[in-house]
Write a protein that binds this ligand. Structure first.
Ligand code: AMP
Ligand code: MG
Length: 447
């Protein structure tokens, strides 16, 4: 074990021996997270968040009985003799547009011209659509009386009338607290007149990259340096899963530099994510800082990529204890570890509960090797082959430094820890990272 000049490593013996399964690590990590408090947000910003209040309808929807068609409101007993070949001609008493109230009840022997969504007048018990009247003939024929209409259908009571409260009745619980607000739910909340809504708050996730070799995108390229891609891939994942990324910059490979970055993050963040500095190199300061300024909760996970992982809580101001996920530095490892541990933490904080991404069973096009008894997450492209079956094609290099493999990968094929090799043709479980439309359009496996 390399000694680090900046650290007294007080807790080393606690975490070094542990090698946890992904499930155990996730369970331990998630035990540090709770649903965040409710907050009002603008309705549209609530998309994909979790509703934190019951929404009860203050009124009926629709508010009044109304027409489902453009046509004529009738008293059905007036039109029992009507048919396509013999129209019953009746005087048009008045008309009703959407948003208007009928000026008076409809008397027997009359009809009312009515538009879709307009309230049906009292006395009317059906609506006959334009296409079952001589509306069009009259429009094109100036010699016909525009104040009368020929009804060509023996309408029955209720035809083309939507009843008040048909969709939602006043007093009804329309959306329960805990509902995930998909577009339909956003629309329903709007139909209740809401412009803001209570949801469980989005977590602020501070992202700090560590490493003397890092440059920020935008800075000029320098020999021996690399751009800080982890902050961006992780921030993008945070945003995709509903969190608010807080770009907290680059820390150099010293305890002091990392502490400086952390001080900013610890003020506001609900979770801190660092990348790199968790393996056993000379300059891996993240675990030292966790041990010094907080409590380290676990160390390595039986998975490939992303074995070195740190998790713990950091002591912030005002007694805050902020969970800290220390991702490995390799760009693919960082993303895979974030998928396994960061994403569910965001879900829990947003009130969505811990839910796995969907898995599919797919035929491997390429073998997956497992060299050292860890669970392998192989980057694959899942596609539907011509035979209709799902296949998983390797993205090529499985090096944990090759971030471009994550550009095309839409899933992670799993080789269990106790299986040394899976052959092409075998069925593997694939955790889907994404469901691009082209999974189910054939022939995309070669893209
Ligand atoms: P470390 O965990 O510090 O040993 O880093 C492992 C590998 O990941 C090294 O090749 C680093 O250069 C690389 N790496 C670390 N941090 C980043 C980052 N923020 N963006 C891209 N690559 C990184
Ligand atoms: Mg490093």
């Amino acid at each position: 074990m390399t000694q680090h000049p900046h650290s007294d490593r007080p807790h080393r013996h606690h975490y070094d021996a542990e090698m946890l399964s992904v499930e155990d690590a996730r369970e331990r990590i998630l035990s540090y997270f709770r649903r965040l408090e409710p907050a009002d947000v603008d309705l549209l910003d609530a998309l994909d968040m979790v509703l934190a209040e019951d929404l009860v309808a203050p009124f009926d929807i629709p508010p009044l009985a109304n027409s489902a068609m453009d046509g004529y409101a009738v008293v059905t007993s007036d039109v029992t003799a009507a048919s396509d070949s013999s129209a019953v001609e009746l005087p048009v008493a008045f008309s009703v547009a959407a948003g208007q109230l009928p000026e008076r009840p409809l008397a027997p022997g009359f009809v009312a011209r009515i538009m879709t969504g307009a309230p049906t007048p009292d006395g009317a018990d059906a609506v006959v659509p334009f296409e079952d009247t001589d509306e069009l003939e009259r429009r094109g024929n100036s010699s016909m009386n525009g104040d009368r209409i020929g009804i060509k259908l023996a309408a029955e009571t209720g035809d083309n009338i939507r009843n008040a409260g048909e969709d939602v009745a006043a007093g009804e619980l329309v959306l329960k607290a805990g509902t995930i607000l998909r577009p339909g739910a956003i629309g329903v909340a709007a139909s209740l007149g809401r412009s803001t809504i209570k949801t469980f708050r989005r977590p602020v996730v501070a992202i700090i990259s560590t490493g003397d070799e890092l440059l920020n995108p935008g800075e000029s390229h320098q020999p021996g340096k690399i751009y800080n891609s982890n902050a961006y891939s992780i921030a993008a994942e945070v945003r995709r899963y509903g969190g608010v990324p807080l770009m907290a910059g680059i820390a150099r490979d010293t305890v002091e530099s990392l502490q400086e970055r952390l001080a900013v993050a610890l003020e506001t963040a609900d979770m801190i994510v660092t990348s790199a500095g968790v393996s056993k190199g000379d300059y891996d300061v993240v675990k030292d800082v966790l041990a010094k300024n907080g409590e380290i909760a676990l160390w390595s996970v039986r998975m490939r990529p992303a074995k070195p992982l740190a998790f713990g809580t950091l002591n912030g101001p005002r007694g805050r204890k902020v969970p800290h996920l220390g991702l490995p530095g390799n760009p693919v490892s960082a993303m895979v570890a974030f998928e396994q541990f960061g994403r569910p933490a965001i879900q829990v904080m947003m009130g969505r509960g811990e839910r796995q991404k969907p898995s599919v069973s797919a035929v491997l096009d390429d073998p997956v090797h497992n060299y050292d008894g860890r669970r392998v997450y192989a980057r694959v492209v899942v596609y539907q082959a011509d035979d209709g079956e799902l296949h998983a094609k390797s993205t090529g290099t499985q090096s944990s430094g090759a971030l471009t493999s994550m550009v095309v990968a839409n899933g992670l094929a799993i080789c269990p820890d106790n299986v040394a090799k899976m052959d092409a043709g075998e069925l593997a479980t694939v955790e889907m990272l994404d469901w691009p439309e082209d999974v189910f359009s054939s022939g995309n496996g070669d893209e």
